[in-house]
Structure formats: structure tokens, C-alpha cells
Design a protein. Sequence first.
Length: 651
Amino acid sequence: MSRQEATTQYAHALKEGKRCYQECVRSGRYPYLQVLDEILAGTETQGRVDLGQVEIPIDRIAGTKEAGRETAFAANFMPLLAASTEFGMKWTSLCEAHLGESGIQDPIRAYEYMGRFYVQEGNKRVSVMKSFGAMSITGQVTRIVPMWSDDLETRVYFEYLHFYELSGVCQVHFNGVGGYAKIQAALGFDADHVWSAAERRAFISEYYRFKRAIAPLDLDERQVTCGEALLVWLQVYTLDDLRTMTPAALAASVVAVRKDIEAVGTGGPISVNTEPNSVDQGVVGRIIGSVSSHSVLKVAFVFEASPAESLSVAGHVEGMRHLEQTLESRVRVSAYYASRTVPVEDALAWAAEDGADLLVVTSPNLVMACRKVAAAYPRLRVLDCSVALPYAGVRTFSCREYETSFIAGALAGAMAGSEPVGLIAGVPTMGVPAAVNAFALGVQLVSPATRVLLGWSGAPGDAFDGLLQRGVKVISNCEVPLSAQQQEYEGLCKVDDAGLTTLAVPHLNWGVFYVRLVTSILSGTWDALQAQSGTAAVSYWWGIAAGVIDLEVGPSTPDGPAHLVDLLRDGIATDRVQVFRRRVVRRDGSVFNDGSRWPTTDEVLNMGWLCKGIEGTLPGLDELRPEARELVRVQGVNRADFPPEKGGQLV
């Protein structure tokens, strides 16, 4: 290769260096290479470890080990000195060698500290290789181990040290904790599996392939690392997809989950819509033109089972029929049922291929399957019946069960007097502990000394029978049953020698919800809601005021307690009664609310604790039935505490 080509490359690198320098100055950042000796000045460390020869990822090389020539380079390792200087001529000669037959062969010498590398010998070699877009460079590396502290960066780094000990991989990094364990699980490895050289080479190759695919996103690694982007991608696709996709298909898949990836940098915010018609009409006006062409909206429902097999499905089918009858001239409704012979994924794909404008999936277990179909069909609006998950492309919906739970608690307290009251919850997903706490607060509203004994239907054993054996005579099933089919024990019941007497039953009216959601698409407020919130994910969480949930009093309930139900229902519907705007004390004695403030929606949804007066606990993952564990992994209030499952779904 000619000297002229190397000279041209230097001119290009010099231009990039000057541009980086100017951008740093404008943004108030240090424009030169970081110096490790200055970073470590006055810092206590544990010691040094010789790592031997390492393939150093160039994008993790942050600076130089010692002060001296750091100002010859911009912060991106591109040169700042003129080509005619001694520095410029040496750089050009190295570049000429790199372009020649032998290439640059000598490894650099570098130190690694907190996951970043600092060059002791070979700054110009790094600069040349980086100017050509090289992914890595060979180097002899010494690690400087920091002292342990509980700050986030150090905790993440010590997770990295453990991961490196297992894998020998230094290319993957995260801004938050938990990522390395997820990578290990995603590969199908046990938590303590030591990688073979072949496994390491294969992963690094796939990782760099993904890194090239996301390059057009121009992510700021301080907000979203490539490793974090890969974990988001693996929530929708698989490692086999990464190995087999064409470059064009891989690029398209990255675009499909782009909003999810970008949401990582902002903490995955969710806009929780708590009331219908809460969108600025000015925003609607700017968007409505894009949806006015919908003379008939095609709405497809996908059910995991038949109505005869599932109370939940029966309620949603009832809602679907109400939608069809109410908006008969504006919608075309179709239903798809999964079965033993028809996988859910096939039912979702058929609905999308049949031209659906809106896909409604009624099972919280299927939210990850919904993400895959949303990525494959970006024009499709997808709605899943689950609670406030931070996934772009799939909106979630649920109801504020804690409102009817509070009323049921007050009724239970009135009927039980000083005797303990029983409560059966399902599984500790988001919103469920809030419903449990609301029930206890309702009980305490009318009978402050009454205890609430808590059982879980998602745990092994018969929770109802367990409460009966403890002598409980008033029991509430926190899970919302449906009027279409009855359970043996539903809602709030009184137990006596004659058997069970129903006092009150919560009821979901999905038809009201579906009519309002479809109307929002036809009117433009569906798109306006996301535009107004500025977030990637939208969730609907409506309550009594919206008409999607209510508490129906049984005929055997005495007039006085029945009147109390009416008063509380009207108070919640008109916002005169706020369930959690009162003194709320956790079981450990700490005060959640002194009664002077309005708890946020996020605080209520993510309650991971129980309030004073409840006897029971939130079950851990290993205390639940196997069929409940996957739901809790995805939607549990304490899901961040669960270790990733080998080969399981990433969340």
C-alpha cells in the first residue's frame, strides 16, 4: 500500500479528532484522553492482577495510563497534531504498516480499571486501528482491582469480574446490575458454568454481529450499552435468530425493537392511563387525520382457551360481543382460539396476517408472545391484558381491583365484627399487593382491631380450606370472578352451618373497556395518548369511575352494610374517597403515608409489601405452583429480585 493512502487516512482521522475536540468543548467535557494515574490519585485499590494477552474491545479503551502525550489525541483517540509533526509522521508510518502485508502485530500494553482500558504502550496503534473501525486490538493487560463499595458502578463492576472469571469475555458491559447473569442464562448456561474457548469465540462473533447491526441507532453507551440492547433484543428474538438472520433481516429486527432499546436509557418509563378521555384534544386534532380513513376497524381477539375452559376467557368473550353489538357499523370482530393443536404463536400470526388493525390478547401469560408479533407487524396495534409493563409496541390493560377490594374489606369488617377475616389472593403480580392492602384498610375502616388472615391460591394447597381450619367465617376471594360462570367460592362469602352465603361479588365489564378503546382509535386519541406522554410504553388501568369494575352486593347482605357499599362506591367514583390517601403503616412499622399526600400510581402498582394488620407473607418464587412462576417472573412486584432462569424468557 502506498504512503499516499496512509497520508489520506491520517487526514481523515485528524478531521475526526478535531470534530470530537470541538464537540467536547461545546458540551463541557474533557476533550483529551483520560489519564489513569490521575483517576487513581488518592484512590485506594485492592491490588493488581496480570490477565495476560487479551483481545481488548477498542470501544472500551478510555485513555492512557500516564500523563504526557494525552493531548496529542482527542477523547475519541483520533489525532490532533498536524501531519508534518513527528507524531503525525509516526502515525502515518504505522498506518502504512497496517495497510501492508504484515499489518500491526505487536500487542499493546494496557491497564484495566472498572471495565475500561488505559494504554501504557501503543496509543498510536490504538488510534490507527480505531480509525479503520476495528472492533478489538491485542494487548497485554494488567487489572487494577478497586475496593468494594455499595455504589452502583462498583456493584456492576464486581458482577463483571465474576462474569469474566467464568467467560473470559470483556466485550459486554452494563450500566445496571443483573445483566451478566441474564447473558449467562440466555446462552443456556448454569449460573456457575465456565465457558470453553469455542463458546467464547462463538459468542464474541455473534456479539460483534449484533453491535454492527445497532450501530445506526447511535446509542450513547452512558445511557444504553450494546449489552443492554442485546438483552432487550433477546426478549423478542433468539440467539438462533442472531446466528441465522441475514444482515438485512437483523437490521430490520433491530428497528422493530428500537423503542424498547431506547427506553432502557430513560428507565423504561410507562404512561399509565388511569381515566378515559384524558388526552389533550389539541394533540388529537393533529393526529386524527391519520386514522379518519378507518371506515371499519378490524379487531382480532386471541384467546388462550375456550370460554368453557376459562372464567377469564368467558368474561373477555362477553366483552367482545358487547363491542361488536355496540359498534356494529364501525368494527369487524374476529376470534382466534389457541388449543393443544393450535399454538398461541400461530393464532397470533393468523390474526395479523388476516389484516387485523387491532389485536387484543386476553392472557397476561402471553405478553412476550405479543411483543414478538408486534415486532413482526409494526403497523399492528397490540393490546394485552396485563399490568403496566415497559414494552413499546404492546399496550397493556387491567383494572384497579384494589378499589373493589377496599369496599369488600369494609363490608367484611362490618360482617365479621371482632373475628378475623380471611383473604385469598392469586399471585403477587403488580397491583395484587395493593388489592390485599386495600382490603385490610377497608376492614380497618370499620373495625380497626380486626385481623386479616392471608392465603394464596397460586401456592400449593387449598387456601380456602386452610382459612376454614383457622376458624375464619368471612372470606374474600381477591381474584375477580365473572358473572358468566360461578366459582364454588367467589367474592366475599360468609361461612356458617348452612354453607356459603355470597355477600358481594366484584365484576369486570370488559365490554365498556373495549368500546372506549376502539373508539379512541377511531377518534385519534390512541395515537395522541402516546404522543402526549412522550413515553415508549402505555398502559390502561381503569377503575370504578370508568365503569370497568364494580362490586355487586348479594341479596343476603343486610341493608346497613349494603348501604355502606353504595356510599364507598360512589365516593371512589367521584374521587371523594381515596383508598390510599389515609394513614398507612407497613407491617415493619414504617409509615407509607401519614394521610397528607396522594400516593402516585407507580407507588400503588409496585407495592411489594403488606400493611399492618395482615397475617401472611408475599410468597417467593419457590413457594408458588410451577404454572404461576413464569407469570410472576414477568409481572411480579419483586421480579427484579429473581435470578434469571437458564434458557428461560428474559424480562
